[in-house]
Ligand binder design. Structure first.
Ligand SMILES: Cc1cc2nc3c(=O)[nH]c(=O)nc-3n(C[C@H](O)[C@H](O)[C@H](O)COP(=O)(O)O)c2cc1C
Length: 401
């Protein structure tokens, strides 16, 4: 245990990234798919307000979850999209409000691959697959070869509208996480087989994004410490992936775990005692000099201080705690509170907790969270209904892609 009075400075210390950019403190808002875009991949006022609230709340870095590089493969119809058709003015306003107080704001560049939203896509992963009720098609060689340019185009757009960095999403079971996973990636070419081969597309994407955005623009990545799924990415392979990432121009590696594959464990739905991935981070730390953010299960300031104090973590990633209290960073930096009030859910259905937190995000974006009193089943119902209602507008906008 740390003596919290003597370790207060650990949260306040700026973090300098390899590219030279500086994050003003050690608290990161991990990506959360907020489902607050307008159903055409563009930002809404509530969405800009949400990130503005977190920036006002003192965070060093906020990451916007699931910002799609290809509208054919979204995670949800409430995602943002970075494409030639994007509303640049609205994106500019989002980036500007979200960087209040010198906060960094990075979109998480996503592609849901085999897990893309069924009503508006035809899911396609690294390989054609059928597991139980799950099915997806496999990407052709040409489609794989187009990925680095696709991510690079999205990253340039992000930079142009004022985002201060990007995060490449390679976690939680979506496309690049599928490439890493032997369960999803059955390819026999240079992108499948050994962990080096399964990492190859990620390294190509990083290289392409770096040459597009230049040497001083931050590029982060989120990867799993393990998929927690039989046949998925193991801890040993994840450590090997860290070793490979160490040789790239990545600026910040975020470690998390779990998968949104149907039936798998996801960390946003977990109610087990955290923090979850600090032991993995300890091992990863010996393999790389790139700064590490660890996300999953942090609930108290004391836990955050302990992880920073023992040097296994460079920054602490938070998701649900920052929904319950968008001012948490200021509170922890000042030492005025230790822990938000976490709700307890009795026997929640799969995905239910994540749905509840997503609806809470909407309330924060509308400055109305003090009235938020949805129970789990009403939250799930509203969450699903809102997404289904957006499918028509999404298809209308993106049918030419
Ligand atoms: C509502 C919600 C949406 C999420 N969406 C994303 C996402 O878009 N991208 C991502 O990488 N992780 C996503 N996550 C996972 C979080 O980033 C985080 O890894 C996980 O919740 C564990 O952290 P926590 O215990 O602090 O909540 C989401 C979590 C929640 C609660």
């Amino acid at each position: 245990m740390t003596n919290s009075a003597s370790s207060d400075h650990l949260l306040n210390r700026p973090l300098e990234l390899p590219c030279g950019a500086v994050i003003k403190n050690r608290l990161v808002k991990s990506a959360m798919s907020d489902s607050l875009a307008d159903g055409e991949g563009d930002p809404t006022d509530a969405q800009a307000r949400l990130y503005e609230r977190w920036a006002e709340g003192g965070l060093g870095l906020s990451i916007i979850g699931e910002v799609q590089v290809d509208p054919r493969f979204p995670e949800k119809p409430g995602n943002l999209v970075l494409s030639a058709d994007s509303d640049l003015k609205a994106l500019h306003s989002l980036a500007s409000r979200a960087s209040t107080n010198g906060a960094h704001i990075w979109p998480q560049l996503g592609h849901a691959g085999g897990l893309s939203y069924l009503s508006i896509s035809q899911p396609k992963g690294p390989s054609a697959l059928k597991i139980g009720g799950f099915r997806c098609a496999g990407m052709s060689d040409t489609e794989v070869s187009q990925l680095p340019d696709m991510y690079a185009r999205a990253a340039i757009l992000a930079k142009d509208v004022g985002f201060t960095g990007v995060q490449i999403h390679a976690g939680h079971g979506f496309l690049l996480s599928q490439f890493l996973s032997p369960l999803f990636n059955r390819r026999k070419d240079q992108y499948g087989g050994s962990i080096e081969a399964r990492c190859r597309i990620i390294v190509e994407i990083i290289d392409k994004v770096r040459s597009a955005v230049g040497a001083s623009f931050p590029i982060g990545i989120k990867i799993n410490s393990s998929d927690q799924l039989e046949g998925g990415l193991t801890q040993e392979d994840a450590l090997e992936a860290i070793r490979i990432l160490d040789q790239t121009s990545i600026d910040l590696i975020e470690l998390s775990g779990g998968s949104y594959f149907p039936g798998a464990k996801s960390s946003s739905d977990s109610s087990s005692r955290g923090p979850y991935f600090v032991e993995f981070s300890e091992k990863a730390k010996s393999l790389t000099s790139i700064p590490l953010v660890v996300t999953g299960g942090f609930k108290t300031r004391e836990q955050a201080l302990n992880s920073l104090a023992n040097g296994t973590v460079d920054s602490v990633g938070l998701a649900r705690a920052l929904v319950l209290n968008p001012e948490l960073a200021n509170d922890w930096l000042a030492g005025t509170s230790d822990k938000p009030d976490f709700p307890r859910f009795e026997a929640p259905p799969q995905g239910g907790i994540t749905a509840w937190y997503t609806m809470f995000l909407t309330a924060i974006g509308n400055d109305s969270e003090s009235n938020f009193d949805l129970d789990l089943s009403s939250a799930i119902h509203l969450y699903e209904e809102r997404d289904e209602n957006r499918c028509v507008t999404w298809q209308r906008k993106f049918s030419r892609f």
